[in-house]
Design a protein around this ligand. Sequence first.
Ligand code: BEZ
Ligand code: FE
Length: 301
Amino acid sequence: MADAEEAAYFEAGRSAEVVINRMGPKTDPRLREIMSVVVRHLHAATREANITSDEWMAAIQFLTDTGHMCSEWRQEFILLSDVLGVSMLVDALNHQRPEGSTENTVLGPFYVSNAPRYAHGDNICLDGKGEPLVVRGRVVDTEGRPIEGATLDVWQANEDGFYDVQQKGIQPDFNLRGIFESDAKGEYWFRSCKPRWYPIPDDGPVGKMLAALDRHPNRAAHLHFIVSAPGYDRVVTHIFTPDCPYLPEDAVFGVKHSLIADFQKVDDPAQAAERGFDGPYWSVEWNFVLAREGALQGADN
Ligand code: BEZ
Ligand code: FE
């Protein structure tokens, strides 16, 4: 038998090489690069863990169940990527920013575009649940100069730990979502309720996997933001409360030290009245620092 023919047959000792060599000359170079790495690592992992046939079938069943769980409203594969830390890794590789810029974190599956546009001071907490909160601050560039007209798209879970889209007909539509714009001083402010921790959807295969790994599904309490302005790199981020027990063990590894804010309790009737509350409330001041487009040092930016 010719050497080339011999080399094309499967052999456990050089299994990855055999598969990689099967790619034809018309393969896109980047696809060839990625698939070569994936096949090499997949074969190495299979060998290193000495995977049994039953274990491999269980893995295939798990991926099948994950696919079956996906719908217009549920993306179980993204959840899988999130709990394995891959979403955070991909983001980190692609969004390295100049020192001092606001860091990114996971988008999550509950973002809805076209939330209502609000004026400063409006309250996005439409169900009236939870402890009142004022969020205020500035959007600035890396030199500290105000950015006027930046868009702040905010969303959060309610006091019961659910997003409006998870409780259609129970929560008002667009509860705890809104879009605000920074003014000439770069300032913004709005009212909401203090976020609390909540479990990511864990009634599917990813939830079962977490349970098997003795991991809880809880996310540290946060507000989500997408902050954007023309000429600046869009930031997909969170503000975390400092008192949440799940900060060091966020289910999707989304916590970064620089995103933990200082939430202050305000128990002063005059200030409460000024902010439109009738009792004590929480207050957080948070500045978003946007980097100029092209100022990124990321792999593909
Ligand atoms: C969220 O924060 O909304 C989220 C992020 C990742 C997975 C599930 C939920
Ligand atoms: Fe969230």
